[in-house]
Design a protein around this ligand. Structure first.
Ligand SMILES: Cc1ncc(C[n+]2csc(CCOP(=O)(O)OP(=O)(O)O)c2C)c(N)n1
Length: 330
């Protein structure tokens, strides 16, 4: 078994106008939501920490393109992007982050622990690698009930050093579960470069170690991720067992809001800014003549207005009552 390096060719970029619009809409939605979240943090509206997803939007957008609402998903403290890509409502997400009653968990989850079973969101997780075994459990449920759902889990490069990651991969492989493991390799585990803690050049080798079909993809190229997602979602849904994806990407901001970023150089950040997801998308759209500048701008303005509206409405949402603390808690 060898790693499959995803190579794109011209035809992978030739999507329909509607498909291109949908991708752009989602990329912009996630970016705007995260920018607004930073504003909320500065305004003191959030309890706890904020770990921005800015720079990694193409992974969630591309991977979700062929998921159904009923498919299961777990994610990390960077999970608002994954939730939005799975059609979460920005108003309910903001309200949750602000600890309000209209939030997905009536304010009990906060920025790091958003869940909603109707959307298959089995939880964002503040514990590094915490979501991985939960998704494997969901995949086991899908296989047992034969309900045709797949489970996807998103995690960072640092998570692949946790013991539970290895147990989860092994179990999913042995039981041939409908699992999509997505490692967003943004090169750092908090402030530690991944090269200081892992000797493998490609983390996809860790999937191979458990005899799982494993891929490396440019996680900043939404067209490449989408092409891979189409292939693996069908493969997993057909009962062929799990897949492992290493999406190479970069977080453009610090690990969390307030990070002084002394562990990386300005030059490094600048070089990744040149190939960030929105820039790559614009370049592809221009090269393949997919959308006009006006069409893109119209979508951008519309999405930003709706995010602003969700944000303002969430601010007006009430605080939960004291009794609420004891409901829906297990
Ligand atoms: C079990 C556990 N250990 C340590 C931490 C502290 N911590 C929070 S984020 C983080 C880094 C995780 O890095 P990675 O998995 O690469 O995800 P990224 O933040 O890069 O998306 C650490 C060590 C934690 N939350 N949970």
């Amino acid at each position: 078994m060898e790693i499959n390096f995803i190579q794109t060719n011209d035809s992978d970029y030739e999507v329909t106008k509607d498909e291109a619009k949908a991708l752009w809409r989602k990329l912009i939605e996630i970016r705007s939501f995260e920018e607004k979240s930073i504003e909320a943090y500065k305004e003191g509206l959030l309890g706890g920490s904020l770990h921005p997803y800015i720079g990694q939007e193409a992974v969630a957008t591309g991977m979700s393109a062929f998921l159904n609402e009923s498919d299961y998903m777990t994610t990390t403290y960077r999970g608002r992007g994954h939730a939005l890509a799975k059609k979460a409502d920005p108003f309910k997400l903001f309200a949750e982050m602000f600890g309000r009653i209209d939030g997905y968990c009536k304010g009990k989850g906060g920025p790091m622990h958003i869940a909603n079973s109707k959307l298959g969101m089995l939880g964002a997780n503040g514990i590094v690698a915490g979501g991985i075994p939960i998704a494997v459990g969901a995949a086991l449920t899908a296989k047992t009930l034969k309900n045709n759902h797949v489970a996807i889990t998103y995690f960072g490069d640092g998570s692949t050093n946790q013991g539970v990651f290895h147990e989860a991969l092994n179990l999913a492989a042995v039981l041939k579960l409908p699992m999509i493991f997505v490692c967003e390799n943004n090169l750092y585990s908090e402030m530690t470069p991944i090269s200081d803690s892992v000797l493998n050049e490609h983390l996809a080798e860790r999937g191979l170690a458990y005899r799982i079909l494993s891929y490396v993809v440019d996680g900043n190229d939404v067209f490449a991720v989408r092409k891979l997602a189409k292939e693996v979602t069908a493969f997993v849904r057909e009962g062929n067992g799990p897949v492992f994806i290493e999406a190479k990407t970069y977080r453009l901001l610090g690990h969390m809001f307030g990070d002084t970023e002394i562990y990386r150089t300005k030059e490094e950040v600048a070089s990744w800014k040149e190939k960030e997801p929105l820039i790559q998308f614009k370049q592809a759209v221009e090269k393949y003549n997919l959308l006009t500048e006006d069409e893109m701008l119209a979508i951008e303005n519309e999405v930003k207005a709706s995010i602003d509206n969700a944000f303002e409405r969430a601010k007006l949402s009430e605080q939960p009552s004291l009794e609420e603390v004891f409901t829906d808690v297990y």
